[in-house]
Design a protein around this ligand. Structure first.
Ligand code: ADP
Length: 874
């Protein structure tokens, strides 16, 4: 069905016009789109060209010569540039296509107009004839009516006038004319109808179909052109076109030409023959810089791990970490091998990650294999490296064996002292409350009581002893052991212990928590030994200290079944273990070679807390209360200084300093140390009881009754004590009336050695916080430099206190003000009733130049001479 048969109606004609209008609009839309597409392509071409240009900026240096991958890349970029050009030319062609579409649209517009005109033209003739027929018909009716009227008039006249007359003739003539007119109109009407019928028939059957047929062919020819335009449009954007295909093919080819095994051929050949044809680079040398430890001989050694009390825990933790790393490495390797052998897939770790790489399809099975073996190698290296560290730490820890750890610090005497005494309390607590790992051996020993000490009652030669000694040797050794007892305690206490059921801590050769430094002082000859307790990490350890080429300290090892041993066999009690070591004459450890020859018993000042019964509080010191107490053994009255449990370790260390210093001195004017108790808290210093208490209080209390002679006697006593201290190179540093005690008959004893130092000169480096400024010499205040001559300055103040009967020096002045004034040359005036010689002595003691001050020897002599003179004068 074509236009001619289907579109004849008026509505169809209208629709055809509307359709053409729509087509023209579609053309306009297409034109705009194609223009845009051309623009896009042109811009893409520009972008692509830039990409290619960027890609071309590859390193053209020698290093990449012969690289297939570089070559491929450059070609790829060239092709990309070609692609860019292609896009550009396509854009240009699209613009041409666009012009064609414009022309087509114009032609289509013209055709539409021609159709409309032609259609109007043929329709106009038909319309005209239709109008003519209507008009002729109307004329016909008009003439017919005229005729009929004239005929009626003629007939009337004819009847009236009979067949003649002028009137009749006139009417007849008119009638005849009307008749003629009617007949003519009739004919015209007939003709016009005939013509209209013909025209209508032609319009319908010839002209309109012809016009429509023509129109259809015109429109179809337009469609053909339109289609061509679209085809061209599509062609110019076809990325699968031959041109693009060729480019893509060339890209594929050049990329395919990359051959991994050829890639480095030229590079390796080149370097093989020229630049790097040398043996592998010299290995980097990592060497311990010995200069670092030049100043600390002995403690730290190059390339050697330091195992001491400061490092052992760290080393052990490190060892555990490292061993875990080694194990992890091994497990990973195992998994990897399983995986490679087709075992279960690996859930995590590097292989799983590799697996995910493989899943993107890039990695070949060979690559994956290589990667696995590379990872395996890396793990093996890691394992080896860690194992090396493990071995090193193990070796270092083994070296120590059961020897007690050396102390890492130089000043560990006090430290140990504190640690031990402090922890001792903790262990007591833990022993009573819980059976946790922190429970000390010593508590366990105490708990087990006599069971541990029953040696005599048992056959000495134990079945479990791998290296038994013969009974003869046993006897000989026991005798020798007894004979070799060193000290006044007569019979060897070790032997004594065998005869009793007493616990270890009651053994004479067991020294409790005696600090290591003190232990070392007691062990003088090779073979001297003692047993003591030390606390490490809240755990008590029993230590055998032996003098053998220096001093060795061995920790008693505890077996799982609660026996005790060193490197040799285990024993149910420490006493038996020590006896075995002693009698067998076998070295405690092979490495040390240390043999036990002579048990060293506790010194008299090593007391147990239970040896003292506290009675009443008699004073309050810096560290804690001071009590009057009684020694259980001798019923002797004593003074006991306690140290508050809550004080920090540093303070406790300072507290014990006094005991450490005092125990060496024996002078009537120095308060005597009876012992120290460090078995449990509170740690205590036991001293002779000086009944008059502190000199300062005594002076104040007895100010009315004190005589000059008594005051001078006090000065002489203090000078005697200080002369003794000076001879021992002891600097008191806190000489003052408050730190002197008054004995019977007003005799004075120097006390409170908490700040004392056994040195000729002591330089304070840790600040001057609690310095008794008004008693301290200027050079000590200003430069921290202490000598016995500083004590001389303080002695001058003490004299002043004695003669002022307990006044406060520089009263009304603050410490800093006093300091300022002293530096400016001010000296306190003489107290009332002071003998001028004594005041002169005071002033001498207060010489700004330390060297200008008298030594205590001289002071003593001056005071003594004055007293003699005074005594003689009475
Ligand atoms: P700290 O050194 O802790 O300051 P002190 O040595 O000053 O303690 O002692 C405080 C007080 O305890 C003294 O003032 C004195 O009264 C009394 N005191 C200290 N030691 C004795 C002692 N051996 N005999 C009698 N009383 C003492």
């Amino acid at each position: 069905m074509g236009f001619s048969s289907a579109l004849q109606g008026r509505a169809a004609h209208e629709a055809l016009i509307v359709r053409q209008d729509a087509e023209l609009r579609l053309m306009e839309t297409m034109k705009r789109s194609i223009q845009l597409k051309a623009k896009c392509d042109r811009e893409y071409a520009i972008g692509l060209a830039a990409v290619a240009q960027q890609g071309m900026k590859t390193d053209r240096a020698d290093e990449m010569q012969g690289s297939l991958i570089t070559k491929a890349w450059r070609s790829y970029m060239d092709e990309l540039d070609h692609q860019a050009k292609q896009f550009k030319s396509n854009a240009e062609l699209l613009e041409v296509v666009c012009e064609k579409l414009t022309h087509l649209s114009q032609d289509k517009r013209k055709a539409r107009k021609a159709y409309q005109e032609e259609h109007a033209k043929i329709a106009a003739r038909l319309n005209h004839l239709t109008d003519e027929v209507v008009r002729k018909k109307a004329e016909y009716q008009k003439h017919l009516e005229g005729y009929k009227a004239l005929r009626t008039r003629f007939e009337e006249h004819y009847i009236k006038s009979g067949r003649g007359g002028r009137k009749l003739d006139d009417v007849r003539d008119k009638y005849q004319k009307a008749c003629r007119k009617l007949h003519l109109t009739h004919n015209e009407y007939v003709l016009s109808i005939t013509e209209a019928v013909e025209v209508e028939k032609d319009f319908r059957t010839v002209l309109l179909p012809g016009l429509l047929e023509h129109q259809q062919s015109v429109q179809e020819s337009f469609i053909l052109l339109w289609k061509n335009i679209l085809q061209e449009t599509s062609q110019h954007g076809d990325l699968t076109s031959d041109k693009f295909k060729e480019i893509q093919k060339r890209i594929d080819n050049v990329i395919n030409s990359i051959n991994p095994s050829e890639e480095y051929r030229e590079f390796t050949e080149k370097h093989n023959y020229s630049l790097y044809r040398t043996s592998p680079t010299t290995p980097l040398v990592f060497q311990f810089d010995d200069a670092l430890i030049e100043d600390i001989p002995g403690k730290l050694q190059s390339n050697t791990l330091t195992v001491d009390n400061l490092t052992v825990d760290w080393l052990r933790t490190r060892l555990i970490d490292l061993e875990m790393s080694v194990k992890e490495c091994q497990e990973k390797q195992l998994k990897m091998i399983e995986h490679a052998n087709g075992g279960s897939p690996i859930a995590n770790g590097s292989i799983a990650r590799n697996g995910s790489t493989a899943s993107n399809g890039i990695q070949s099975p060979k690559d994956s294999q290589n990667r696995q073996s590379k990872d395996l190698n890396a793990l093996r290296c890691q394992e080896k490296q860690k194992q090396k560290l493990v071995d090193m730490i193990k070796c270092a820890l083994n070296e120590i064996g059961c020897e007690e750890l050396p102390s890492g610090c130089d000043d560990h005497l006090e430290q140990n002292f504190i640690e031990n005494s402090f922890n001792n309390d903790q262990q007591q607590n833990s022993a009573t409350s819980t059976n946790s790992t922190g429970v000390s051996i010593i508590n366990e020993l105490r708990r087990r009581g006599g069971v541990l000490t029953l040696l005599r009652g048992r056959p000495f030669k134990r079945k479990s002893t791998p290296q038994p000694t013969t009974p003869t040797v046993n006897r000989m050794r026991t005798q020798r052991f007894n004979k070799l007892q060193p000290r006044s305690q007569s019979l060897g206490s070790l032997s004594m212990s065998l005869s009793t059921n007493r616990p270890l801590y009651e053994e004479e050769w067991f020294h409790g928590v005696l600090p290591r430094e003190e232990v070392v002082r007691l062990l003088n000859n090779d073979g001297d030994f003692l047993v003591r307790e030390t606390i490490r990490n809240e755990e008590s350890q029993i230590v055998l200290s032996v003098c053998w080429n220096g001093h060795k300290h061995f920790i008693v090892q505890t077996t799982v079944d609660g026996h005790f041993r060193f490197e040799g066999p285990p024993f149910p009690s420490i006493q038996e273990l020590i006896m075995h070591q002693y009698q067998s004459e076998l070295p405690v450890t092979v490495k040390s070679g240390a043999i036990l020859r002579r048990a060293i018993c506790r010194e008299r000042w090593e007391l147990s807390n239970d040896d003292v019964v506290l009675l009443e509080k008699i004073g309050r010191g810096n560290f804690g209360d001071v009590y009057k107490a009684k020694l259980k053994s001798t019923k002797q009255d004593v003074a006991v200084k306690t140290c508050r449990m809550t004080l920090p370790d540093e303070q406790k260390r300072k507290f014990l300093q006094e005991g450490r210093i005092l125990k060496q001195y024996d002078h009537p004017n120095i308060v005597k140390l009876i012992g120290i108790c460090v078995q449990k808290q509170p740690i205590m210093i036991v001293m002779e009881l000086v009944p008059g208490g502190s000199l300062l209080n005594y002076l104040r209390k007895n100010s009315n009754s004190l005589t000059t002679r008594q005051q001078m006697g006090m000065c002489r006593d203090a000078a005697a004590g200080m002369r003794y201290l000076e001879s021992k190179n002891c600097i008191h540093r806190d000489l003052a009336a408050r730190n002197c005690l008054v004995d019977f008959e007003n005799s004075v004893k120097i006390s409170d050695f908490g700040m004392s130092r056994e040195e000729e000169e002591y330089i304070v480096s840790d600040g001057m916080k609690q310095i008794p400024v008004k008693w301290t010499a200027p050079e000590a205040l200003n430069f921290g430099k202490y000598t016995s001559l500083c004590d001389v300055w303080s002695y001058g103040i003490l004299m002043w206190e004695i003669f002022s009967k307990g006044d406060t020096p520089y009263s009304g002045m603050s410490n800093s003000r006093a300091r300022e004034r002293i530096d400016a040359g001010y000296r306190m005036p003489t107290p009332e009733n002071t003998p001028p010689e004594m005041y002169r002595l005071m002033l001498k003691c207060w010489c700004a130049e330390a060297e200008a001050r008298p030594h205590f020897d001289e002071i003593y002599n001056v005071v003594d001479a004055l007293i003699i003179r005074l005594d003689n004068s009475h």
